[in-house]
Design a protein around this ligand. Structure first.
Ligand code: FCB
Length: 477
């Protein structure tokens, strides 16, 4: 198998040694609009697919919604102060499309643009560079009503929104991320339906993936046309994928899942083509008739960087006749054409999401992208973990989360040492927040949020991260 790496090749990392990062390494933290802002009816904002989804009974655990979330829309000044206290060099935020184009088209809504201008100004005044993600899953409901991402026109709508948001913020913002994790938008949103808009149609999921990438290419061109020196990239959620055993069947399962999780985005965006084995795997689902001449050229418009979100490894095995696979994250239908592949747990430590902790997989993922695709600067735009936190005497001692960050930063350091051009790291997340279909039940923050009082309490991991930033690396243990 040429495109994924066997477990045997995982390198053991130097344990306990100090690790200094290259000068200028970007130390940041990330959030997303719907997960923290609240104020869903203010400033002319309209409904997004996540408002509709979260207000539909049965979709989100305990019926939690993002109506209030961390109330960041009103508390952004205090939140930026907190970021400055932690010494963050950069902050990755997302713009809520329904604040900018409440009806999904037309001129920018002034109140919405002004909010992000004020936020960017506040960050810059504190010496923190804003990194803007244009789409972190909150499609205006009006666009979903017109067909959503399976509809080709949504790509053009997105480019228009990107252009006018850039026109309003381009004097303040240098780094632009078009999409966050199109895999989730397409395959969880339209395949398994566990994310908004909650549709379950494998063919539509594949169409959505294509139109998301087309939107990315068109938006990249629009921003570049307005400002040739803008830094524009995309964020993909990449997984290390490995077979359970060295059998041919398991190797094929790993090839399939690597194809549908990673290469279905990496290849079009970075090589201008769909991987032929993935096209063959998808044959029963779609003939890719929605792909038009010139699309792949647009999709592969050169980028300034690639953003990678890394959380875990998939270990997979061949289907077993007559045995239904354990659902992957509540439904197998997010793997069109490969629904029978089995996801295997290895009994290694997991986070509160039940995701296996696999820091070497991060090194492997970075090295693989560097080896298999044209060279470009890489950033970890998300990495982090949910654990059950306990607030005791006003403190949260989150040793597990701290350990997760440390192991993954060591993995980044190892990758850099082997020649990978990794230029920065954004911890997920600054604050505990609305974890999509899990509502407020999963805490990923370095800063604890007491949702009743909206008090913010930096956890031990936040204090530790501040120290990492100060010394530009990890202390020897
Ligand atoms: C990623 C999302 C982010 C957050 C983390 C835990 O898939 O981009 O919003 O939910 O997972």
């Amino acid at each position: 198998m040429s495109n994924s790496t066997s477990p045997q090749s995982i390198q053991l990392l130097e344990e306990g040694e100090g690790a200094t990062f290259p000068p200028g390494f970007v130390w940041g933290a990330a959030t997303a609009a719907y997960q923290i802002e609240g104020a869903v009816h203010e400033g002319g904002r309209s409904a997004s697919i996540w408002d509709t989804f979260s207000h539909t009974p049965g979709r989100v655990l305990h019926g939690h919604t993002g109506d209030v979330a961390c109330d960041h829309y009103h508390r952004y000044r205090d939140d930026v102060k907190l970021m400055a206290e932690l010494g963050l060099k950069a902050y990755r935020l997302s713009v809520a499309w329904p604040r900018i184009q409440p009806d999904g088209h037309g001129p920018g809504n002034q109140a919405g643009l002004d909010f992000y201008r004020r936020l960017a100004d506040e960050l810059l005044e504190h010496g923190i560079e804003p990194w803007v993600t244009l789409y972190h899953w909150d499609l205006p409901q009006a666009i979903e009503d017109a067909g959503g991402w399976p509809n080709r026109d949504t790509a053009a709508r997105f480019a228009e929104y990107a252009e006018l948001t850039h026109a309003a913020l381009g004097d303040r913002v240098q780094h632009w991320i078009t999409l966050n994790e199109p895999w989730c938008s397409a395959f969880l949103g339209y395949g398994s339906g566990v994310h908004a808009p909650g549709r379950t149609n494998p063919g539509e999921a594949v169409r959505a993936a294509h139109h998301l990438m087309l939107g990315h290419g068109l938006a990249t061109r629009a921003i570049r046309a307005a400002r040739p020196d803008a830094e524009v990239g995309i964020t993909l959620n990449l997984y290390a994928v490995s077979p359970q055993t060295s059998s041919d069947g398991d190797a094929d399962a790993a090839r399939r899942i690597d194809g549908l999780a990673n290469r279905i985005f990496l290849d079009p965006v970075l090589r201008g083509s769909y991987p032929s084995d993935v096209v063959a795997d998808l044959a029963a689902v779609t003939d890719l008739g929605h792909v038009r001449d010139g699309d792949l050229e647009t999709i592969s418009t050169p980028m300034s960087f690639l953003g990678i979100n890394y959380y875990s490894r998939h270990v997979v095995a061949a289907p077993v006749e007559g045995v239904e696979p354990e659902p992957y994250w509540r439904a197998q239908s997010c793997w069109p054409g490969s629904e029978q592949v089995r996801f295997v747990t290895r009994g290694v430590p997991v986070t509160d999401m039940n995701w296996e902790i696999d820091a070497p997989g991060l090194t492997e993922t970075l090295q693989r992208v560097h080896r298999d695709y044209p060279e470009l600067p890489l950033y970890i735009t998300e990495n982090g973990s949910a654990f059950v936190d306990e607030l005791v005497d006003g403190r949260v001692d989150d040793a597990d989360r701290l350990g997760y960050f440390e192991a993954h930063l060591r993995a980044c350091h190892t990758a850099i040492g082997s020649g990978v051009p990794l230029r920065g790291y954004f911890a997920w997340s600054l604050l505990d927040n609305y974890e999509w279909a899990w509502g407020y039940t999963k805490r990923f923050g370095m800063v604890y949020v007491d949702y009743e009082s909206q008090r913010r309490i930096p956890k031990s991991s936040a204090r530790w991260y501040a120290d990492v930033i100060r010394r530009n690396g990890l202390a020897a243990q």
